[in-house]
Write a protein that binds this ligand. Sequence first.
Ligand code: PGA
Length: 266
Amino acid sequence: MSRKPFIAGNWKMNKTIDEGIALVNELKPLVAGIDNVDIAVCPTFVALAKVGDAIKGSNITIGGQNTFWKESGAWTSQVSPKFLVDAGCKWVIIGHSETRGRFGTVDDELGKVLDYFGEKDVTVNMKAKFAFENGLIPIIACGEMLAEREAGKTDEVIAAQMKTDLAGFTKDQAMKMVIAYEPVWAIGTGKTCDSDEADRVCGLIRGIVKEMYGADVADAVRIQYGGSMNEKNAAELLGKPNIDGGLVGGAALVAEKFATIIKSAK
Ligand code: PGA
């Protein structure tokens, strides 16, 4: 089965409203007419609605960078999937390593914050289910930290994340979900994962999906690679059998680079 490539730009905490609009206005003509790749940008919550207006009528879609598992109420700072749909979103990133908490809050000795937003596999799963219920498609991110890779624990870490993150979806939801394999040590560092190794881990993830939801779902589900994907290395990564797209940070902030990545996926 051929899976339609999906390239999503994760803008993280970058771009004001005006800068976001300018970026998509620059991107639109560069990717006009491309209909064999799904294209998304994920601006900050603040810029979503306006960027959503700016992409109307184009082949670019938008997504949120996080969400919550409640519809409304006394949850200061949280963003319901209903609000994301209202702003025009089709997608939402869930479980990005920058929102996951893995090792407690602060390393006192290093004086370093290790756990920014405290997201756990269980809450990743709750958010993904609630996103689905509200008509969004989650892009569920997973990935090992450098110490885990060096200790030979990559496969075990990924399997543990996936088994909880992906639990309990309906078959229809599982068919639609998007998974992003993002080795944490490759994010924003310029150290891309070797393409064969990225493909191997994406294949491992597909195997876990097969165990959980069957061969037809495993065959349909799109698995992106993320971590220093750029206009130079994208074609090689996207040429691998188990890599169906990219979740792109830094290179998605420059229209020409992002467009080149999208074109490499065609
Ligand atoms: P990067 O970020 O492309 O800047 O490494 C990717 C991501 O974190 O989604």
